[in-house]
Design a protein around this ligand. Structure first.
Ligand SMILES: *Cc1c(COP(=O)(O)O)cnc(C)c1O
Length: 477
């Protein structure tokens, strides 16, 4: 598990290159330039093979979707086909610059345009911006649109309603956009409580932010009633699209009467993500909100694609240039590879895999909401906690078995929550292995809780103080 620093492999004179003998006269480096040659920087003198082995060893200390199952609920950590990477590296796509004349960028703009059309089709929204760099950024962009829309109508609406099962970014985005956040409780079946919603709604309501299926994996059974109730008081309904892989090809937010939404390209459309980026959070809106979208908007006339900057009502720009282009390329490659039928199958397999895990785990772990669920589900580790080891301990113990943990302690409505989303890219062997491991850990807690409490035992670093690690990161050796 130990890996030396690269400088500890250094040996004087060792090189990663070999050059032919010098065929021209040596020249002295100008006095003025000499200051740039800094002797005090001790660069490691290493060979190519030293470098490759060092970084390969470091990469093996990490865990990723290429290593095994990564069942982080809500995050959709599916395997990212390498084909997408090849497409994103095509030199005609990776070596261009947004300042090039637009005539030279037509192919690239066509790809972005096609992506826009596909997202509009998948969601039944009318216009799309690709600018936002993440789901949270898409939420924030959308709320600025909501704000501008009501300012335009000279309506003073200050309230954004968010269910208690929502992702933390929802209330955070609403607060950042200057709204007052009103939280409503879910009912005992894990869905929006219509009475609580009715009570929260009034002429002050700007929007309801809703994830559907919600973070418990449950499809809101009264969705049409919910959107209708918000519209009745003149508010807008926002769809958090992080769970699109549960409904693609089967249901569309636009048809559920949502007014605007974000996508997480890096989740639903298989582009690598984690550790804070990169991402892409396109926003889709119905026609009446299109004037407020960030500018420029990608358009097409008879001959060519172009950026439309004539958007007097636009909220402005939310990202440099046009957003995270590399992520869009991968998402486009994925959509075009699998096609409409493939996206539908993706949904089916994501739902099937999650339900298979749920069926096999619900005897040994408490299932707080028995409703039918789609691509993810939430268990509680309460029983195990009583027996001596918490959900955090279980998550850490999974690492000893070379598997990644589910999302834990979210959504907040479930005590000792374990939110499990296997995604469609795992086969039954991998799913069974995960189940057996969870059952083994549950047994270990009964027999020897200390073993689980003190996990992980086999990883490069043991249990970290996660709060301190986030607040006071120690980034040097
Ligand atoms: C991931 C997620 C978000 C935030 O998206 P990022 O791309 O991580 O910023 C918002 N809502 C839900 C339900 C999510 O799962």
């Amino acid at each position: 598990m130990e890996e030396k620093l690269i400088k500890d492999y250094s040996s004087p004179g060792r090189r990663g290159y070999s050059l032919p003998p010098l065929e021209v006269g040596k020249s002295d480096i100008n006095e003025n330039l000499a200051g740039y040659l800094r002797e005090e920087i001790e660069l490691p003198e290493v060979s190519e093979v030293d470098v490759v082995r060092h970084y390969t060893a470091l990469s093996e200390m990490n865990y990723g979707v290429d290593s095994g199952i990564y069942p982080l609920g809500s995050c959709t950590m599916k395997y990212n086909p390498k084909r997408n990477e090849r497409v994103a590296r095509i030199s005609g796509l990776s070596n261009i610059h947004p300042y090039q004349p637009i005539e030279q960028l037509q192919g690239s703009l066509e790809i972005l345009y096609q992506l826009k059309l596909d997202l509009a089709e998948i969601s039944s929204m009318d216009e799309i911006t690709l600018q936002p760099a993440s789901g949270a950024h898409g939420e924030f962009t959308s709320l600025l649109i909501v704000k501008k829309y009501f300012e335009d109508r000279e309506e003073n609406r200050t309230k954004v309603i968010v269910p208690d099962s929502a992702h933390g970014t929802n209330p955070a985005s609403a607060a950042m956009a200057g709204f007052d956040v009103v939280e409503i409780a879910s009912n005992e079946r894990g869905m929006v409580d219509l009475d609580a919603l009715a009570e929260a709604l009034d002429e002050n309501t700007a929007a309801l932010m809703l994830t559907n299926p919600n973070t418990l994996g449950i499809f809101e059974e009264d969705i049409l009633k919910i959107t209708e109730m918000v519209h009745e008081v003149g508010g807008l309904v926002y769809y958090d699209g992080a769970n699109m892989n549960a409904i693609m090809g089967y249901a569309k937010p636009g048809l559920m009467d949502f007014d605007l939404m974000h996508f997480n390209l890096h989740k639903t459309f298989s582009t690598p993500h984690g550790g804070g980026g990169p991402g892409s959070g396109p926003v889709g809106v119905k026609d009446f909100l299109a004037p407020y979208l960030p500018k420029p908007v990608l358009k097409k006339d008879q001959e060519k694609y172009f950026w439309d900057y004539q958007r007097p009502k636009s909220i402005g720009k939310v990202h440099s240039f046009y957003g995270n282009y590399g992520v869009m390329l991968r998402a486009w490659a994925y959509i075009k590879t699998v096609g409409g039928k493939g996206l539908k199958e993706t949904t089916e397999n994501a739902v099937l895999n999650a339900n298979y895990l749920k069926a096999r785990l619900k005897k040994d772990f408490e299932l707080p909401y028995a409703e039918e669920s789609l691509h993810e589900f939430v268990l509680s580790g309460s029983r195990q906690k009583e027996e001596g080891a918490s959900t955090l301990n279980i998550a850490k113990r999974l690492l000893d078995y070379d598997q990644y943990a589910p999302t834990i302690y979210f959504p907040l409505v479930v005590k000792e929550a374990m939110m499990i989303e296997p995604t469609e890219t795992e086969n039954i062997g991998t799913l069974d292995h995960f189940v057996e491991t969870m059952l083994t850990i549950s047994r270990e807690i009964k027999e020897d809780p200390e073993l689980v409490i003190n996990a992980p035992h086999t990883t490069t670093v043991r249990k970290l103080d996660e709060t301190a690690a986030a607040r006071n990161p120690d980034l040097h050796w």
